[in-house]
Design a protein around this ligand. Sequence first.
Ligand SMILES: *[C@@H]1O[C@H](CO)[C@@H](O)[C@H](O)[C@H]1NC(C)=O
Ligand SMILES: *[C@@H]1O[C@H](CO)[C@@H](O)[C@H](O)[C@H]1NC(C)=O
Ligand SMILES: *[C@@H]1O[C@H](CO)[C@@H](O)[C@H](O)[C@H]1NC(C)=O
Ligand SMILES: *[C@@H]1O[C@H](CO)[C@@H](O)[C@H](O)[C@H]1NC(C)=O
Length: 389
Amino acid sequence: MWMRTLLGLLSASLLASSASATILENGQLRLNPYPGQARPLNCGIDKAAWRTYEPDAEEISYKGRWDEKHISWWSAPGVKFAFTGQKLALSFGNHTVDGVLVAYRLGGQDWQFANVTANQSYQFVGPWTTGVNLTESTAKKTFELRPSPKMVEIIGDSLSAGQYATYEGISSWSYLFAAGLGNVEYHLTAYPGICLHDQNCWGNPRGQTYQWYHTSDTSSRATEIYGDNPPKWDFTSQQPADLVVINIGNNDYNVADKVSSTDFYNDYVKLVGDIHRIWPEAQIVLMSLWGGFGAIGDTYIQGPIFVNEIKNVYKFYQRKGAKFVHYFDTTGILQHNDIAPQWHPTDVGHIKVAAHLIQWVKLTLGWEMEATGPMVHSGTLYWNDQQNY
Ligand SMILES: *[C@@H]1O[C@H](CO)[C@@H](O)[C@H](O)[C@H]1NC(C)=O
Ligand SMILES: *[C@@H]1O[C@H](CO)[C@@H](O)[C@H](O)[C@H]1NC(C)=O
Ligand SMILES: *[C@@H]1O[C@H](CO)[C@@H](O)[C@H](O)[C@H]1NC(C)=O
Ligand SMILES: *[C@@H]1O[C@H](CO)[C@@H](O)[C@H](O)[C@H]1NC(C)=O
């Protein structure tokens, strides 16, 4: 991390997606895909001109799962910190995925997007940055007081990681849900193609019944770094989750060697039990799997999957009197055109799932909706302000 001290207090956030991305819009290249593109510092860092911080600086707060080498994993991991001045640069290490999409912003302003590569430093903030001057005049009086935020954990696959959504993780229902609640921290332990059952699914060597207990995801990058012996995730290193939402099984159902109903049910029961042992105070939401939509005659019909299996997991815990287990039925939230050609929700589909779940959490668990202004949805601003058409 490289930062220069001048005036003013800004807080900055940065979230990274899991994969390199060309940003498309309905199959065509998106105009201006990276508003806020970071500027490479090709001559490296002039250490006399910049104040530098190592990745383990205590001022930096890491969001999501990071390992000891400060490599981030899973969906939309991030860093957050306050800094003074008008310039901010970050350098990316040698394990950075080439061309990876990152989102960043100052305070609660709109997310900006950039793509970056390994072994390279980039200036993200400079005098040109929108909003860079907004906090200066009040800087000396500013302090931040936060009620202790809640913690949300989402366990999922590509549907929760935002695969094929415009800005991937930042466009996913899981991010929109957690960020949309406001004043919560979140870990999105979701990875494209992963099964619940511990088997190879679409090239992911292990399922969530194994991988969720580990720091790294199931990417080839993880295999390169850790082989088949990834570090265990230290659950005591993070704030305990207050709410865990599980949306898993889409790949178990669709993989060539379909996971049996019995294996899926048993794995799911065990996962819920483990989560409860790890975080005894957490509410656990079993999200039904919306499946797909088939053209039948002159209309479309939804085909949810593993319905009985997930309901039976819920009933199993109801019989034990486990009031912390909830069932969230997604049936009817999405319609056929909320699913994009590659079987994943459109950006609008993600927003619908997030919006319904937020309302459900408010009504069922009594959480307040505390996001009251800063941008949550990015890249989905559609409007028509012409009067005479
Ligand atoms: C980054 O540097 C490492 C050596 O530290 C090298 O192995 C790797 O190929 C470099 N990556 C890129 C994209 O330049
Ligand atoms: C990658 O960077 C880290 C930290 O700078 C360094 O310790 C490590 O040797 C590098 N790896 C390679 C393959 O260059
Ligand atoms: C960022 O994306 C642009 C447009 O897709 C591409 O030309 C450029 O090479 C990418 N940069 C990096 C660092 O991947
Ligand atoms: C911020 O203030 C500086 C100094 O007055 C000015 O040069 C710069 O253009 C301003 N930046 C923006 C984005 O307004």
